[in-house]
Ligand binder design. Structure first.
Ligand code: SAH
Length: 230
């Protein structure tokens, strides 16, 4: 019997960007809980790419609902199911894209498991912004550079403040702040590295062309790394 439910980081989308430790945990698991949304399951695609048998995968819908109460109830139901499998002695893995401890909704599940006294442990993974940096062959930060990571809910002024301070800025979920990003695009001394679907074969997109970025409708799996000079 396992000592804990394992929260396994899958990496950003390329099955080869998972760690050996995470792959081993998936292979050893009796059941792998896998998040899906209405439109896609990137996590499932990664599992298939890794040769994990679909028979042991238990999918769960990720509540995209803005209605918080419903979303929380859904996470409680998933945690119940996970706790049940763990309680019956199974090796249980729960997967999360990128790194599981970095802006991942899997925390709703681990918080719920903690309330049920079910122990969890995490296996680290490659976060999307690191994969994006490599895709563009960037040195994300060097020497005394400062890096800030901001969520898509950030306001234009927050973004501009960091840019003016010469920091390197990673914007997560920029689909939520597309207008703010576009307003800052023409600022002098900045290079916008714009990515979509880093590491996902056939879907990857990368540009630093400001006109191209302006014309783009940012999808959910987009990300920016903004380099700024003082
Ligand atoms: N845990 C993940 C982040 C989840 S939040 C990590 O460690 O990277 C979801 C956001 O991550 C997306 O809105 C997008 O901004 C970014 N993201 C995740 N995968 C991505 C990919 N393959 N390419 C570009 N951005 C990605």
């Amino acid at each position: 019997m396992s000592d804990a439910v394992v929260i396994v980081s899958l990496g950003p989308g390329d099955p080869e960007l998972i760690t050996c430790k995470a792959l081993k945990a998936l292979q050893q698991a009796d059941v792998v809980f896998c998040p899906t949304t209405d439109t896609s399951s990137r996590a499932m695609d990664i599992l298939v790419g890794l040769g994990i048998s679909e028979d042991k995968v238990e999918r769960f819908g990720v509540p995209m609902s803005k209605e918080r109460k419903r979303a929380l109830a859904a996470y409680e139901a998933i945690a119940d199911r996970i706790a049940q499998r763990f309680g019956s002695g199974d090796e249980v893995a729960v997967i999360a894209e990128g790194d599981a401890g970095f802006y991942s909704s899997v925390h709703y599940i681990s918080d719920n498991l903690r309330l049920r006294n079910v122990p969890t442990r995490k296996i680290a993974g490659v976060p999307a912004f690191i994969a994006c940096g490599a895709l563009a062959n960037l040195h994300i930060v060097k020497r005394e550079d400062e890096l800030v990571v901001i969520p898509g809910t950030s306001a234009r002024d927050t973004l501009r403040q960091h840019m003016e301070a010469g920091r390197t800025v990673v914007v997560m979920k920029p689909s939520q702040c597309e207008a703010a990003v576009k307003e800052c695009l023409s600022d002098e001394g900045s290079t916008f590295h714009y990515f979509e679907n880093a590491g996902v074969s056939g879907k990857e997109y990368y540009t630093t062309d400001k006109d191209a970025i302006r014309e783009r409708t940012f999808p959910y799996f987009s990300l920016l790394i903004i380099h700024n000079e003082l």
